[in-house]
Design a protein around this ligand. Structure first.
Ligand SMILES: Nc1nc2c(ncn2[C@@H]2O[C@H](COP(=O)(O)OP(=O)(O)O)[C@@H](O)[C@H]2O)c(=O)[nH]1
Ligand SMILES: [Mg+2]
Length: 247
């Protein structure tokens, strides 16, 4: 059996060889470097990111209200700006106005433009919460488009393998609607997404089956979806704040 002294001799012989010392210390530096990167990515404050997503305006139609919601959360006031479909995310760290218990959070109002898909994927991987803003006043006419948009978000969320992320579907513009029944909205959207994924699968698309039924579509190991309603332009965003307070 080799004795302690033998190991000491081997070690001092190795340390005398500068090449070996250089290789070992480079490896050590590399390991530390990757470890720091890993810790930064998975445990940094970035994970307090509240990502606001949803469809943007198209063909002269207004967007769902993401930027309005962002401003109401930030300032407590309804913005007096003309809606422009942006290609740049709005980002800020603040305590949402109207909350007594929340700490500072990093909010990102992410434009729903198709061309920003790669960036959206990156944002979703880093998010702590996703708030999907849906224009309830156009749900009947835009049901398929909303279903596709939400399907794409769920697909990206499925790529996460950490703890389930809370997703809020904020049914916005209730001031333009009568008799809002959130269960009905959830069922309508759920059925349309299921229909869409079946169509994709029968057209030969790969990896498009998100879920086999509506329940597992809205709650799985990667995300859990809650539905709330309100009106950003009327300053009625308390359900969003209460949702953030619960998580
Ligand atoms: N009636 C009504 N209009 C809203 C509401 N929220 C936003 N809007 C309007 O919808 C338009 C698009 O809003 P915006 O926040 O720019 O949408 P985004 O493209 O999703 O960022 C603007 O004219 C807003 O004033 C709401 O709750 N009710
Ligand atoms: Mg916007």
């Amino acid at each position: 059996m080799p004795q302690f002294n033998d190991y000491r001799h081997i070690l001092s012989a190795l340390l005398e060889n500068r090449f070996i010392v250089a290789v070992v210390s480079s490896c050590f530096c590399l390991v530390v470097f990757f470890w720091v990167l890993f810790v930064k990515r998975y445990y940094s404050p970035v994970r307090t990111k509240i990502l606001i997503v949803g469809r943007s305006g198209e063909d002269e139609q207004p967007g769902s209200g993401k930027t309005t919601l962002y401003h109401v959360l930030r300032t407590g006031k309804v913005p007096k700006f003309h809606s422009v479909t942006s290609m740049v995310p709005n980002e800020g760290t603040f305590i949402p106005q109207g909350s007594k218990s929340l700490k500072e959070m990093n909010f990102v109002d992410f434009p729903g433009n198709e061309r920003m898909r790669v960036e959206l994927e990156e944002q979703i991987l880093q998010a702590k919460v996703v708030v999907y803003v849906l224009d309830l006043s156009k749900l009947q006419t835009d049901l398929r488009k909303e279903a596709i948009s939400l399907f794409e978000i769920f697909k990206l969320l499925k790529k996460r393998n950490r703890k389930a992320i809370p997703v809020l579907v904020f049914c916005n513009k209730v001031d333009l609607c009568e008799n809002v029944e959130l269960d009905k909205v959830k069922n309508l959207l759920g059925d349309e997404i299921m229909k869409y994924q079946r169509e994709l699968a029968s057209a030969g698309g790969e990896n498009v089956m998100l879920a086999t039924n509506r329940d597992s579509l809205f709650a799985c190991s990667q995300y859990v979806v809650t539905f709330e309603s309100g009106s950003a332009a009327q300053g009625l965003v308390a359900p969003v704040i209460q949702f953030l307070e619960r998580i």
